[in-house]
Write a protein that binds this ligand. Sequence first.
Ligand code: HEC
Length: 128
Amino acid sequence: MLRTPHLIALSTGLAAALVAGPALAAGNDDAMLKLANTSGCLTCHHIEPGGKGPDGLAPIGPAWKDVAVKYKGQKEAQKTLTATVMAGSNPYESHWKGKVSGLAMPPNKVAITEADASRLVGWILQLK
Ligand code: HEC
């Protein structure tokens, strides 16, 4: 009985080590995923295409790999998409109409700084 807390502490440490390991090899993916998660992006977005939203509908927002494909080679994309992330998207000018179940993206400036949003968008755009 007395040993249980030690066992829990040990296994938590082990799990942390296992999670930290591959992150080093994967460049900044882990840091970006953490930023996306703590900023709330992943409640509406998947990374991989084909994910479903609540009730099996289309996902709320576009998969980030689809975003990378759509804006590939567009020089202004990082700037314009960062602005959209901060201010929210225009529901009357949806870029993903029919492909997602969300009508528009709300402003995220309450959840993320512009510098972090720009880093995240830069990472999204290079996803393959
Ligand atoms: C409440 C749901 C929600 C959250 C939270 C959310 N998004 Fe979105 N996002 C959407 C929807 C819906 C769209 C599609 C907008 C459209 O059709 O133009 C979208 C679109 C996008 C696009 C593409 C915009 C375009 O014009 O094509 C990017 C990039 C993006 N989101 C990044 C993010 C990032 C980064 C975060 C976190 C800081 C985030 N989103 C948080 C719902 C969300």
